[in-house]
Design a protein around this ligand. Structure first.
Ligand SMILES: Cc1cc2nc3c(=O)[nH]c(=O)nc-3n(C[C@H](O)[C@H](O)[C@H](O)COP(=O)(O)OP(=O)(O)OC[C@H]3O[C@@H](n4cnc5c(N)ncnc54)[C@H](O)[C@@H]3O)c2cc1C
Ligand code: SF4
Length: 339
């Protein structure tokens, strides 16, 4: 039995102050990840600060620049089915709905989604060495069963992947995370929010202890005409991605004016390569051109004993998803993609 205190915060300042004052305090939103982590004995908060009643964090609103703001406490389900998100950012709706189950999406919040922990089996096994759980203890996955692990951006200290689907969509859209903390407010571009493992794999992201996510901003450009999210996994439902791809295209006829491609399931953070996206501009949206971009995105990829297949899988997924983005109607249930 682990004793803990529980505080229901009425405003963001109180929540930040309470968590900042205790290194063993944690915010709790939907609880779908934190409670699991707790039950696995990976974390024992002394103080749980319930943020579900904070004002101003539970709505989806328009921003002055023509984009949209997702309150951190909006559920994944309410985000995916919001009429303006469905119509203006269908890529994000699709990414969210590819994740978890209807029940979990009803509880899971948008802020919490960004902070979910890896699904590396050894992270959850207290008997296994794991630098993310116990810094300096080693990494059981590198020479272990590493089918679900990273092929990009890994280090000799950790080869875990970040498991979110929603965040792959947010990366492709170049969202911005709004945070308030002991030192005030800041805005973090999505590409800088999560981090690679390096020699500190215990840190998943660049948030400081006591910092609270208040909202996530979506820029005006939503790629609502040409988009696709493709998730490849061992089971068609209720499973994390082996590889996922979020693609947004702006087309002039069949010529690409702008392109975004983000990969999930392959690295410690959603993976985007600006050079590959730039290289597509001015080219026709063809499998051959997506294949060239895929080669750039997967440059430097490294497989381990059980996951080398992911390199080719990711390349093929980028090509297929690019062509699906050209014809988003091909994603309707029952429709066949053109490749
Ligand atoms: C069985 C199962 C299957 C799943 N499958 C998928 C999947 O396929 N794809 C996918 O993307 N996700 C999946 N998920 C993950 C799920 O989306 C996350 O658990 C959920 O989004 C976390 O949100 P939450 O509100 O429940 O967070 P919580 O569990 O409440 O919190 C998670 C972490 O975030 C912190 N936190 C929460 N909100 C804030 C905030 N506003 N500011 C600062 N810190 C905060 C907490 O302190 C905690 O450390 C799955 C989860 C489960 C249990
Ligand atoms: S891959 Fe990372 S999370 Fe998994 S065992 Fe190694 S250090 Fe731990």
């Amino acid at each position: 039995m682990n004793n803990f205190a529980f505080l229901r915060a009425e405003n963001a300042d109180d929540a930040v102050r309470a968590v900042n004052a205790n290194t063993h305090a944690a915010f709790i939103a939907g609880g779908t990840n934190l409670i699991d982590i707790w039950k696995y004995n990976l974390r024992h908060p002394e103080l749980l600060v319930d943020i579900n009643h904070l004002p101003d964090c539970s709505a989806i609103t328009k921003t002055v620049d023509g984009g949209m703001r997702l309150g951190a406490l909006v559920t994944n389900a309410d985000t995916a089915y919001h009429p303006l998100i469905e119509s203006r950012y269908p890529l994000l709706s699709k990414a969210i709905l590819a994740g978890a189950s209807a029940q979990i999406r009803n509880m899971a919040t948008d802020g919490g989604n960004l902070l979910q922990r890896t699904r590396c089996y050894y992270f959850y096994d207290a008997n296994a060495p794991c630098n993310k759980r116990v810094p300096g203890s080693g990494c059981a996955a590198i020479n272990g069963y590493n089918r679900i692990h990273a092929i990009l951006g890994a280090s000799e200290h950790c080869i875990a992947v970040f498991p979110s689907d929603m965040c792959v969509g947010l990366a492709a859209l170049a969202a911005v995370v709004n945070v308030t903390g002991p030192n005030g407010e800041r805005r973090i571009p999505f590409a800088d929010f999560h981090r690679l493992p390096g020699d500190q794999p215990d840190l998943d992201n660049n948030l400081q202890h006591g910092e609270l996510i208040t909202s996530i901003d979506l820029p005006p450009k939503g790629f609502e005409q040409n988009y696709s999210y493709l998730k490849l996994r061992d089971r068609q439902s209720y499973a994390f991605a082996l590889v996922s791809v979020a693609t947004g295209l702006e087309l002039d006829g069949d010529v690409i004016k702008d392109a975004r491609i983000a990969l999930g399931g392959v690295a410690h953070k959603p993976w985007r390569v600006a050079e590959a996206e730039e290289s597509l501009k001015g080219k026709a949206a063809t499998p051959e051109n997506f294949a060239e971009a895929a080669a750039v995105i997967l440059r430097g990829a490294k497989g381990y004993e059980h996951n080398s297949f992911k390199i080719e899988l990711a390349k093929r997924a980028i090509i297929r998803n690019g062509m699906m983005a050209v014809e988003p109607e091909s994603q309707r249930p029952g429709a066949k993609p053109s490749l």
